[in-house]
Design a protein around this ligand. Structure first.
Ligand code: C2E
Ligand code: MG
Ligand code: MG
Length: 707
């Protein structure tokens, strides 16, 4: 704006000055003409009569002398022309019209050439700018050529009394280029002055703006820092009382807000530990520093086995309080140098700096397991958690956050699966095992999709009379490259990956279909037992699925038995197990507690759970016929089941002795290789017939033994 104003004013001045110069020149020449006419008229006793236009400028001079007397040089005229020249400070000339040469010939002049020489003869002829006007008896005002230059002249025609052209009076006010030189010089000065002023203003303005904008630039830099997520050390200019101060205060408020938001964004609301975002940010930073070769750390991944059960049993509020207290214990053990974050439900990740060998991590892991195993005293009662820990060393085990998290997670999973170790370091063999599992998972996925899996059935025989009381459906996976892959190898992977849901659905479907076919064919098989994994059991839709399967195949509910292991209690609260079981009971299916005695034995709940069948784990029968103490144990478990009114099935009778034991202690059924392994559906009858046929021989052997 300032620059524009200066430019405009300079332009206007320049224009105004040019106009004034032009006006001055024309005023001067007009005045010169008037003065010349006046001097000539009065000096010759009004021999000349002037005529003026509206603005009093002379148009012509009429001679009042005898008509036709020529204009000739005389002393009087020379004197007057001299006076005119002096008055006007220019040149004055008198011309006489020469009809024979059709020219105005100068006969008196005050003009002196610049070199001081006497003026040469001069005539105005055709082609001279003034000629046409003068010949027509009109005045001429303008530039006339002289000696290769131009003079600003006023030429007034002199007429005879009867109006014929007799000559001309010419006055000038100097060389035109002299006049314009002054004008040009003035213009140049104005332009230079304007440029100097402009430069000055630009310079001053620049300095002023630079000085004035400096705080703004600093505040803008601070705002940039804020936008980039870095917390500025301090906001400058907050002490100023002007707009800059206001702006600084605004930024201060934004910083506070960002600080709060950042805290919220990186804090776990339940425990106040860091959250997942904080964890990955810290992990990334640690690995970046580790890349420089100066930093080492260990990553501890901790979680509690069966924590979901606490939520199921006591509710999420209580679960959250346990997590809060667990975090307090962790913070106490690991101290302020460790970065602790809760990344999901019961997963804590701890980054321990400067731990090259993992020795510190191991010490801490042991302490953490010890301290966290101490029960939490809550209003609702004493709550115990069972921590497991996986440890990865950085940067040995991983160079990026994702891998670091994955390998620590693998170590944690290994610790959870391990029966003896509560904390495990990530290692190459562990990684290999995981790779193998991953390969198996891929193969299993394909097997499920391409229908490679088959269902076989293992008979359950009543040892007293060889009656078929049930058939357990067992999954089989014949694999081209690896032969038969045993369920013990792929079921755990299916459970880990969730594939067990698809697999379970397939087994349930096929078993119901097969049972319905047998029933329609009049084959008395008692019941078909299907193994249900804990994950499948916990699905909210499980009972509905069972109901739907039975309906779809028109299979009476009591012909289907669902086998559950004690593992269902590990991750699911007692009440939830009870609720699901009673829903299944309402459907009318049989419920069997599989592998009883092999794991987490909830004897205390046994009488409250609506099971109809107890399957004693093979471990109790194996060799019991040769070990009286073991036999007693087996007998006691059979007795326990019977006293609770349950149907008791003994698993894994392999030898005649084990088989005899199941009969001797009154098991309702026995399932084992002694009778038959699991066979394809079409081979079941043949198997049972063969076993029945062998009864006399078996009885004879037993008689012999008894004798
Ligand atoms: P389980 O439910 O306890 O099944 C009985 C296992 O004992 C079967 O092993 C069976 O072949 C084996 N067995 C039967 N009689 C004898 C014997 O006399 N001696 C020995 N040593 N073993 C005997 P299998 O088929 O390898 O299955 C192992 C486990 O895999 C099953 O244990 C069950 O927990 C799981 N499983 C098998 N099929 C399925 C299924 O369709 N779904 C689910 N969720 N799990 C399944
Ligand atoms: Mg079973
Ligand atoms: Mg079993």
């Amino acid at each position: 704006m300032v620059l524009c104003s200066i430019g405009l004013i300079s332009g206007l001045s320049y224009f105004e000055l040019s106009r004034t110069t032009e006006d001055n020149a024309s005023i001067r020449i007009d005045r010169a003409a008037r003065a010349a006419v006046a001097i000539l008229c009065f000096g010759t006793d009004r021999f000349f009569e002037p005529e003026f236009d509206d603005t009093d400028n002379p148009v012509s001079l009429r001679m009042t002398a005898i008509d036709g007397s020529p204009l000739v040089k005389n002393a009087k005229l020379e004197q007057l022309v001299d006076a005119i020249g002096r008055t006007n400070q220019g040149a004055a000339n008198l011309f006489a019209w020469a009809p024979q040469t059709a020219s105005f010939d100068r006969f008196v002049t005050t003009f002196k050439p610049p070199d001081g020489s006497p003026p040469a003869a001069f005539s105005i002829r055709e082609g001279h700018p003034a000629y046409t006007s003068l010949a027509a008896g009109q005045p001429f005002i303008g530039e006339v050529p002289l000696m290769g230059r131009f003079r600003l002249a006023y030429l007034t025609p002199i007429l005879t009394e009867n109006g014929k052209v007799a000559g001309a009076l010419a006055v000038d006010v100097g060389w035109v280029d002299d006049l314009s030189t002054a004008e040009t010089r003035l213009k140049t000065r104005i332009a230079s002055a304007a440029i100097v002023i402009l430069m000055g203003v630009i310079l001053m303005g620049g300095i002023f703006l630079r000085f004035e904008l400096r705080p703004l630039r600093r505040l803008a830099r601070t705002a940039d820092e804020l936008a980039a997520g870095t917390q500025p050390r301090e906001i400058p200019f907050t002490d100023r009382q002007d707009e800059i101060g206001d702006l600084a205060h605004g930024l201060e408020r934004v910083t506070d807000l960002q600080d709060k938001l950042q805290k919220l964004a990186y804090t776990d609301p339940v425990t106040t530990a860091g959250n997942r975002a904080r964890y990955f940010s810290d992990l990334n930073k640690a690995l970046k520093r580790a890349k420089d070769g100066t930093f080492r750390a260990s990553l501890i991944h901790l979680d509690f086995n069966g924590f979901a059960k606490i939520n199921d049993t006591f509710g999420q509020q209580v679960g959250n309080r346990v997590l809060l207290q667990a975090y307090a214990r962790l913070a106490k053990i690991f101290g302020p140098s460790a970065q602790i974050a809760r990344i999901s439900a019961d997963d804590f990740c701890i980054l321990l700096p400067f731990d090259a060998q993992g020795a510190i991590a191991e010490d801490y892991a042991i302490q953490a397991i010890e301290l966290l195993s101490v029960p939490f005293h809550m209003e609702e009662g004493e709550i115990r958690v069972e921590p497991s820990i996986g440890i990865a060393l950085l940067p040995q085990d991983a160079h990026d956050a994702e891998t670091a998290h994955r390998v620590a997670g693998l170590a944690l999973r290994a610790a959870k699966e391990s029966k003896s170790a509560r904390h495990i370091f990530f290692s190459a063999p562990l990684n290999e095992r995981v790779q193998t599992d991953m390969l198996l998972e891929t193969l299993l996925r394909t097997a499920l999709k391409t229908g490679q899996l088959e269902l076989h059935y293992q008979p359950q025989i009543c040892p007293a009379d060889d009656r078929l009381v049930g058939l357990e459906a067992l999954i089989r996976w014949p694999n081209e490259k690896r032969g038969h892959i045993p369920p013990a190898e792929f079921i755990p992977i299916a459970e880990k990956t969730g594939l067990i849901l698809e697999l379970g659905q397939y087994v349930l479907e096929r078993a119901c279909k097969q049972a319905a076919e047998w029933q329609q064919a009049g084959f008395e098989f008692g019941q078909v037992s299907v193994n249900v994994s804990p994950l499948q059991f916990r699905q909210p839709s499980f009972a509905a699925t069972v109901r739907q399967m039975l309906a779809a195949h028109r299979l009476p509910a009591q012909m289907l038995c669902l086998e559950l292991t004690e593992n269902v209690f590990v991750d699911t609260g007692e009440q939830m197990v009870l609720d699901i079981l009673s829903e299944l009971q309402q459907i009318g299916v049989q419920l069997s507690l599989d592998d009883f005695g092999s794991g987490y034995s909830s004897l205390i709940y046994l009488h409250r759970l609506p099971f109809q069948e107890l399957k004693i784990d093979r471990a109790f029968l194996a060799g019991a016929d040769r070990d009286p103490q073991k036999e007693q144990l087996f007998q006691a478990i059979v007795g326990l089941g019977r006293s609770l009114g349950l149907r008791v099935i003994a698993e894994g009778a392999e030898t005649p002795g084990e088989y005899a034991l199941t009969a001797a202690h009154g098991c309702d059924g026995m399932q084992g290789f002694f009778c038959s392994p699991a066979v394809a559906a079409q081979d079941v009858r043949e198997c049972i017939d063969a076993f029945r046929k062998s009864r006399p021989a078996r009885s004879a052997t037993m008689e012999k033994k008894r004798a």
